[in-house]
Ligand binder design. Structure first.
Ligand code: ADP
Ligand code: MG
Length: 658
């Protein structure tokens, strides 16, 4: 016995009989053979006929049946790109857009970026020659700004429609509208086997084309009791599968980069300890910020005698299909944006996934042979604690950006916009109010021009956009990394620290070596620079001047206050309380203001891990709130009962983050 009995997880099967597993045959096939073997292939002619006959078609097919990679090729092969017209295919996720485009370029036999390309925010891999363009749904939305009727497209495919991202939902409304006056435009709405009737209904009863899937039975196992630590449970389950189960690759669903990295490290570490007692286990992560060469690795075939385990976010639920998966481990969680219209707060929290998600995840085990899905929760929890399906993003997000985008497209009447599921009325009104309060809309609800101290704020905005991945903190050099980080601390708060990092990097001549020496992630900095350049370009286009405050940090902090005044927190016993709603929140232990604990703070975002943490905080003066948001704050709310700082807690240990 390699694993101790008490280390093992006790699973119970939902089915009595366990199907005997045959080893998945890893065959060397040519690309064309693989294409022909996909479920969509026999339906090529029927599908093309249906597209010819109908302007809007809903296409439903099991994940991995070839919708994303094959259908656009069918369209190209039958001349939909004649006369330089483009075929566009949207994906909710950046990784999917890149990875699928790379695959299709290979299948077509062209260089990525030539005839087949992709476009994601801050990265355009297309050229004059591109006729098949994969892109994120957000990018297609932006194209409406420059080409409101999408005149250069002959076909638009809204793929992964079942994901119901905010951008996809907005696209539905816009595309339905332009399809009316562009009868030559073909619209395909592609989805996994979910919700297709609703899409058909929304698009005036468009026909649904079903691609029958191939599916092998998947045995579902649940834990007998809830697992206290699902990360640890994942690690144990993978090893358990590896030593007790026949060959076949394994897919683990976790919620984000940090968890995935930890899980991979733990797995590698335990495999090292077990040494030659077990056969080789290849551990591969996949998440949005992973460099693309690493992303590609998950698709390479597993060498005989070894087993591959892919540790993924829910990107592997329906967006990406990895061949050869026989075992799925599902802890039952995902990271979700949630928005509280009453408090105006948006946060990213780890929540139980829906039953629909859990079933999609299980389905990944049955594509090539009979498979097994190990759910790290009880059958009771599945039935009683999980929601039936995921709530569309539009119902749980701040609509500020959407309102701005639609307004800039000239759509002023948002209340009557054709939403598939209209957002809550109060969320929409709140977004309008906030934009008015910010000075982005005037009293007629029209867009205004606003100038703040823009040079520094541009940098800060760019740095904030790279998603907390600036500082590098390898486990074996924690002390050095923390010292390096400490050296960047300047008064004012985390926004000022980010500005400082960027400025020093710029002065180093954007040096890689400098990043390396200072424990800064070069990739993230490069991305921040791209973001900054693009933002600067946009400002130039709308003629907003780029000007510096010349070393004065007050205007910068005021500008952040003007933009985020509804994210204000004040020091109170043991932590902070948000000003409007008295919610208890804490400064994130990574913050430069963790020790200092100033009276008044503005936070960039809230994250819930072990408790509600404010990430990226900046110190402000409460009087600024009356200056920048007099309509929102009353004098009384901002009164300080004492002018002294609260006594600092002695020796407060950094909290372990979950
Ligand atoms: P669907 O969109 O219906 O879910 P896809 O077109 O994405 O299906 O997948 C069809 C096949 O293409 C799958 O077998 C998948 O493994 C393969 N595939 C997709 N992307 C890649 C890639 N980047 N590398 C290798 N194979 C891929
Ligand atoms: Mg797909």
């Amino acid at each position: 016995l390699i694993l101790e009995e008490d280390e093992m997880i006790n699973f119970v099967s939902s089915a009595q009989e366990q199907a005997a597993l045959s080893q998945a045959e890893v065959q060397k096939q040519s690309i064309q053979e693989v294409r022909r073997s996909l479920p969509v292939f026999p339906y090529r002619e029927d599908l093309l006929l249906a597209i010819q006959q109908h302007q809007i078609l809903v296409i439903e097919g099991e994940t991995g049946s070839g919708k994303t990679t094959q259908i656009p090729q069918f369209l190209m092969e039958s001349g939909y790109n004649d006369g330089g017209m483009k075929i566009g295919c949207t994906q909710p996720r950046r990784v999917a857009a890149m990875s699928v485009a790379a695959r299709v370029a290979q299948e077509v036999g062209v260089k990525l970026g030539n005839e087949v390309g992709y476009s994601i925010r801050f990265e355009d891999c297309t050229s004059e020659r591109t006729v098949l363009k994969y892109m994120t749904d957000g990018m297609l939305l932006r194209e409406f700004l420059t080409e409101p009727d999408l005149a250069s497209y002959s076909v638009v495919i809204i793929d992964e429609a079942h994901e119901r991202t905010l951008h996809t939902d907005i696209l539905f409304g816009l595309i339905k509208d332009i399809a009316r006056f562009r009868p030559d435009l073909k619209v395909l709405v592609a989805s996994a086997t979910l919700d297709t009737e609703r899409f058909s209904c929304f698009f005036d009863d468009a026909p649904v084309f079903r691609i029958p899937g191939r599916r092998f039975p998947v045995d579902i196992f649940y834990t007998k009791a809830p697992e206290a630590d699902y990360l640890e449970a994942c690690v144990v389950s993978v090893l358990q599968i590896h030593v007790t189960q026949p060959p076949g690759d394994c897919l683990v669903f976790l919620t984000g980069q940090e968890e995935i990295e930890t899980c991979c490290e733990l797995l590698q570490e335990r495999c090292r300890r077990l040494g030659s007692k077990i056969s080789e286990l290849l551990v591969l992560p996949i998440y949005a910020n992973l460099p693309s060469d690493m992303q590609a690795k998950i698709f390479s075939p597993t060498p005989p005698g070894s087993r591959k385990v892919v540790v993924a976010t829910n990107i592997a639920e329906t967006s990406l299909t990895i061949d050869g998966i026989i075992y799925v481990i599902d802890p039952g969680f995902c990271k979700q944006k949630s928005y509280n219209a009453r408090t105006g707060m948006e946060s990213l929290i780890v929540t139980p996934c829906s039953r629909a998600s859990a079933n999609q995840r299980a389905g990944r085990a049955g594509r090539v042979a009979a498979g097994k899905c190990f759910r790290l929760y009880t059958a009771w929890a599945f039935k009683h604690e999980m929601e039936e399906s995921t709530v569309p993003e539009i119902q749980r997000t701040n609509l500020g950006n959407v309102v701005l985008l639609l307004k800039s497209l000239g759509i002023n009447d948002l209340i009557h916009f054709d939403f598939m599921d209209p957002p809550p009325h109060e969320t929409l009104v709140l977004a309008l109010e906030q934009l008015y309060a910010l000075g982005a809309l005037n009293h007629l609800g029209e867009l205004t021009k606003v100038t703040y101290c823009s040079e520094e704020v541009l940098t800060i905005a760019a740095m904030l956009s790279v998603n907390n991945s600036i500082f590098y903190r390898p486990k074996d050099k924690v002390v050095h990394a923390d010292n390096a980080r400490q050296n960047f601390v300047v008064p004012g708060g985390d926004h000022m620290v980010l500005l400082n990092v960027y400025t020093q990097w710029l002065e180093s001549g954007y040096s890689t070596q400098w990043c390396y020496e200072n424990f800064i992630q070069f990739r993230s900095m490069k991305r921040a620079r791209d973001v900054r350049e693009q933002l600067e370009g946009l400002m130039d286009r709308i003629e907003v001047e780029v000007c510096s405050s010349g070393g004065d940090i007050v205007p910068i902090r005021k500008a952040v206050t003007a933009g985020y005044f509804y994210h204000t927190a004040r020091l109170s016993k043991g932590g902070y309380k948000t000003v409007k709603h008295q919610q208890t929140v804490y400064v994130h232990p990574n913050s430069s203001l963790f020790e200092e604990q100033p009276r008044w703070l503005i936070y960039h975002e809230l994250v819930f891990t072990t408790k509600e943490f404010m990430r990226q905080v900046i110190e402000i003066d409460s009087s600024w709130l009356l200056e920048v948001a007099p309509h929102y704050y009353k004098n009384k709310e901002l009164e300080d009962s004492s002018s002294k700082k609260m006594p600092r807690k002695q020796g407060k240990a950094k909290e372990e983050l979950g």
